[in-house]
Design a protein. Structure first.
Length: 318
């Protein structure tokens, strides 16, 4: 991007399309969200994206965008711009999304995995600005990761690199949605936190703000409720999240030994909930890493928060 250029960042999910105008400094000037039709025909899903972009372009601050950056869940091919078969976008199978959008708007279009794109945005403009070797993780309902070396996303041989959420730390662990056992995603993402808290009550725990916030219904306990209970000083919530933090430290020790990043950035709703445990995670990592300087690696909260996808899409065009 030139100093005066603006681009459109598009974040496509299973239920929504978020779009924004982003300037050359990574500032989101205006944005909006519209529903995503993910379970109908390929054309209906495409029209959801086109409608959101069209509404954005009609807004007062749109200006004259010079490019469009799309981020979506994988698997996808960032080279050809084809969405392959993401589980939460069932309408698209081997769908040439980038080409379809480029044809509609006559602008350059880039497509990449949402975590890869967010990692690039954090490197260009956010928490990882000024670092060369960046490992980014977004922790929410799942765990997505991105790797940026020297301001470039590391895609690997086939474009499928960076699936850090499916690194296993327990080969006897629970089966992940991907089919492997003991992935960090099945152990430490939002659903795992809720399940760990529910298991405590099934084992006989009775006194906790967690249960109060769930109105006495164990089956209603979620990671969000655990996070809210932590804010009240609840001991069980702290115990559940401390265990989650320990699992993440084991995983990050492996990541450090493999990649030797000079910064780790974490985003997503669960990461925000775990921010009080960042120091504990950092202190624990050296026990799970052979890298003698692992304790020197900063562990930072992401800058963009829920707008990471919009910024990430824009970063693909920078």
């Amino acid at each position: 991007m030139t100093n005066s250029s603006r681009v459109i960042g598009v974040d496509i999910g299973g239920t929504k399309v978020a779009v924004g105008i982003v300037d050359s400094d990574g500032k989101i000037l205006t944005q909006l969200r519209q529903p995503m039709v993910a379970n109908s025909t390929p054309e209906a899903a495409l029209q959801s994206v086109i409608a959101a972009i069209g509404s954005l372009c009609a807004s007062e601050n749109a200006g004259n965008p010079t490019a469009i950056g799309l981020c979506a869940p994988g698997p996808l091919d960032p080279i050809t711009g084809i969405v392959i078969n993401p589980p939460n976008l069932p309408a698209w199978r081997n769908f040439p999304l980038a080409a379809k959008i480029a044809e509609r708007y006559n602008l350059p279009v880039k497509l990449d995995n949402d975590a890869n794109a967010a990692a690039l945005a954090e490197t260009r403009w956010g928490a990882a600005r000024g670092y060369r070797y960046v490992f980014y993780a977004t922790i929410g309902t799942g765990i997505g990761t991105g790797i940026v070396f020297d301001n470039r996303i590391y895609h690997g041989n086939t474009g499928a690199a960076g699936e850090g959420g499916h690194v296993s730390i327990d080969y006897n662990g629970p089966v992940c949605a991907c089919g492997k056992k003991g992935c960090i995603e099945i152990l430490a993402a939002g659903p795992a936190i809720g399940a760990r808290a529910r298991a405590e009550f099934a084992a006989g725990h009775t006194q906790s703000a967690i249960l109060d916030l769930a109105h006495g219904k164990v089956e209603a306990i979620t990671s969000e409720i655990v996070g809210a209970a932590l804010q009240t000083g609840d001991a069980l919530a702290r115990e559940v999240l401390a265990e989650t933090s320990h699992l993440l430290a084991v995983w990050l020790g492996n990541i450090i030994d493999l990649l030797d990043p000079d910064v780790i950035v974490m985003g997503g709703g669960v990461a925000a909930m775990l921010k009080p445990f960042f120091d504990v995670i950092k202190q624990t990592i050296p026990r799970w890493s052979v890298n003698p300087r692992s304790s020197e690696i900063p562990l930072l909260m992401a800058h963009y928060g829920p707008d990471a996808g919009i910024a990430g899409g824009a970063a693909l065009c920078s």
